[in-house]
Design a protein around this ligand. Structure first.
Ligand code: ATP
Ligand code: MG
Length: 293
């Protein structure tokens, strides 16, 4: 099995404060037209921890991530980064915040007409004073990290979807961010590559203290990387805790999601859960296999 972490000298990000959340959401509300997407979401993301965000398609996971980097502004509520409010900053002021945040977009969002090298150099040129040789080294280092050194001079259309995803990940880490937001990092990857990405997320956390927020549908990935799991449903957080605790949730929407049950069945399940509760409210029913720490 290829080792995607082979020879990956990732350098430390700027020192982060040891305590306090790196990012916080306070009573976030967001709607698009008549559609309510976030309905009062409050969360603290502890520095150095990995939080996985689960939720059905369309539940607002990507919208939530976009608020954390100021790509979307809330209708109501606040977004804080390192204790400072950022939802009301101007674009120019957001620049410094974005320098510290790596964002792996759901669709890789590479520049089609640029080579992989140029794609990776772009944030370095925009955000740093590094000279050409230092930039070249950084690009090589980031591509080594995702096991794609050979792709340097290709353009995105010459790569598979999974390879493009890994290039996007290399771009997300190239500025050595303190916080990395991953939107579906393993979707479209084969299980071995997906495992490589999971290992990389864990490695960035363990070795460099990077804080991660990982949006995923992939429960294998959630199990591999998460310290904490939250689940979004209809704009609200309906589960929050370590994965084993979330698996024991009595909420039918959580159980349906974890079991992959289509939500048309939700009413029937809710009725079943209600009757189970009458029989023994203190006994949450574990679902599926238990997860070790
Ligand atoms: N810029 C936008 N304008 C209008 N509607 C939007 C916009 N961005 C998101 N939405 C809507 O908000 C809802 C939540 O979108 P979001 O992309 O956050 O879902 P998601 O949970 O990430 O889903 P998926 O798992 O499919 O990626 C969707 O119904 C989407 O159509
Ligand atoms: Mg999404």
């Amino acid at each position: 099995m290829p080792d995607p972490l082979r020879g990956s000298p990732i350098s430390a990000p700027a020192a982060a404060p040891a305590e306090g959340p790196i990012a916080s959401l306070r009573g976030l509300h967001k709607r698009f037209g008549a559609q309510k997407v976030l309905d009062g979401v409050s969360l603290d993301f502890a520095t150095g921890r990995t939080t996985v965000v689960l939720g059905p398609s369309g539940s607002g996971k990507s919208v939530l991530l976009r608020h954390i980097v100021g790509l979307l502004r809330p209708d109501r509520g606040e977004v804080l980064f390192r204790g400072r409010r950022i939802d009301n900053l101007r674009e120019r002021e957001l620049f410094a915040v974005r320098r510290e945040i790596g964002f792996l977009f759901q669709l890789s969002a590479l520049f089609d007409s640029m080579t992989i090298r140029e794609n990776l150099e772009f944030p370095l040129t925009e955000h740093t004073d590094l000279g050409p040789e230092s930039r070249r080294q950084r690009v090589a280092e980031a591509l080594r990290t995702v096991d794609l050194e050979g792709a340097m001079d290709k353009v995105p259309s010459q790569l598979s979807g999974g390879q493009q995803k890994r290039v996007a990940l290399a771009r997300a880490i190239i500025l050595r961010p303190a916080l990395i937001l991953y939107d579906e990092p393993t979707t479209g990857l084969d299980p071995i590559r997906a495992d490589g990405i999971n290992q990389l997320i864990v490695k960035l956390q363990r070795e460099l203290g990077v804080t991660s927020i990982v949006v995923t549908h992939d429960l294998v990935s959630a199990q591999a990387v998460s310290d904490r799991v939250i689940m979004l449903y209809e704009g609200k957080i309906i589960a929050d805790g370590p994965l084993p605790a979330v698996r024991r949730s009595g909420d039918p929407h959580v159980q349906n999601f974890l079991r992959g049950v289509y939500e048309d069945d939700v009413e029937r399940t809710a009725v079943a859960a209600g009757s189970a509760e009458e029989n023994g409210p203190d006994e949450p029913q574990p679902s599926g296999q238990e997860v070790q720490g």
